[in-house]
Design a protein around this ligand. Structure first.
Ligand code: APR
Length: 261
């Protein structure tokens, strides 16, 4: 039996299947990845976007963030076949949760686009946990108000740096910055899903950023079948039962077809 058939059989027999995704699942949609050829961190330095810098030098932070938003999110990105395959598996009751490091919102868009022909009565809404937040929103660090990011990024691009809330507070992109803690409830929920999972698929991630990268190991140590779908090797490969070094847009639809055949 080949690897994908094994994963599909395990998914079909599983109580709880969890997908964990990184920038590689959005790469076919045109969203740049962070590492590897032509990665975002070849153009910028992570140090420009730390929480400490945001607090110390909000104007300088926003000067660089406007540039980063242009490089990363300038196009109109659509979910690709990999997002849609996961969304369909969720709609049809095969996927408990998607834990994503991505802040592009494409899993949510894919869920909306496949959601209305729900074929499986028992399919509950698949949980989508945005571990690193969402770049389409900003949040005021004083009053906590969250608003749509587009108009705020436009104001920043036009020179309002840092952009400020009606209350006078500074807006921060609603993402987890380096040096900032992930919201406690989010990482706790992610960890319990990894522990509960019977199958854990790590898709399109270099698996180098903690605490997210420890989730596949946690799933493996809790007895889950761990599958890694990634073009390059990762530090977690030793904990995987199945490793697929092919493009997400080929692999995920193939897994979905095998699961649903
Ligand atoms: N199919 C399969 N794998 C792919 C594809 C593809 N089409 N395109 C890229 N990949 C793989 C690359 O080989 C790479 O290992 O996706 C991985 C993307 O890794 P990163 O760019 O490091 O992205 P990610 O793992 O999501 O980064 C984690 O780091 O900078 C922080 O907060 C940022 O959330 C991000 C975190």
């Amino acid at each position: 039996m080949d690897d994908l058939e094994r994963l599909a059989d395990d998914i079909r027999d599983a109580e709880t299947v969890v997908a964990f995704t990184g920038a590689g699942i959005s790469e076919p949609s045109g969203v740049p990845t962070f590492r590897g050829d032509d990665g975002v961190w070849d153009k910028f330095d992570e140090g420009q976007f730390t929480y400490g810098r945001f607090r110390r030098d909000p104007e300088g932070f926003w000067n660089d963030r406007v540039e980063l938003q242009r490089v990363m999110f300038d196009g109109e990105y659509e979910p690709n076949a990999a997002h849609e395959a996961l969304a369909a598996m969720g709609r049809d009751g095969y996927l408990e949760a998607i834990l994503t490091q991505n802040t592009d919102g494409l899993h949510g868009e894919a869920a909306e686009s496949v959601g209305d022909e729900s074929a499986a009565e028992e399919a509950d809404e698949t949980t989508i946990l945005e571990l690193h937040g969402n770049s389409q929103r900003v949040r005021c660090i004083d009053c906590g108000k969250r608003v749509d990011g587009d108009p705020i990024f436009e104001r920043a691009a036009d020179g309002e740096r840092p952009p400020t809330c009606d209350c006078g507070g500074v807006y921060k992109p609603d993402v987890v910055l380096f040096g900032e803690q992930l919201p406690g409830a989010v990482i706790q929920r992610a960890r319990s899903l990894a522990r509960e999972s019977d199958v854990f698929l790590a898709i399109g991630s270099s698996l180098v950023v903690e605490p997210a990268a420890s989730l596949p190991r946690l799933a493996a140590s809790s007895g889950a079948t761990v599958g890694i779908v990634n073009l390059e090797s990762t530090p977690v490969d030793g904990s995987a039962d199945v490793i697929v070094r092919e493009d997400v847009t080929d692999v995920l639809p193939a897994i979905r077809d095998l699961v649903e055949k």
